[in-house]
Design a protein around this ligand. Sequence first.
Ligand SMILES: [Zn+2]
Length: 91
Amino acid sequence: MYRLFLVIVLLIVLYFLFRKIFLGSYNRNRDIRGKSTDGADRQEELDEMIEDPVCHTFVPKRIAVIEQMGGREYWFCSKECAVTFRSQHPA
Ligand SMILES: [Zn+2]
């Protein structure tokens, strides 16, 4: 009778242990998905990384310097790069 009680306690402990591991990993996965989609739809356009054609630095569109040349839009990390690009590509 004592052995049976011991086995039941062991099974309960194992059940909670497995449940904790399972729920822990489930919550972690949900957090990762949550962070990637939380408010990302509206910010996606502005957070898009674009390459500066002069210094090849990647900058988010929202802080990039936009220059229109020959009907095309170019994004730069700074006004200096935009000026450099303009001097290299005279319209
Ligand atoms: Zn640059």
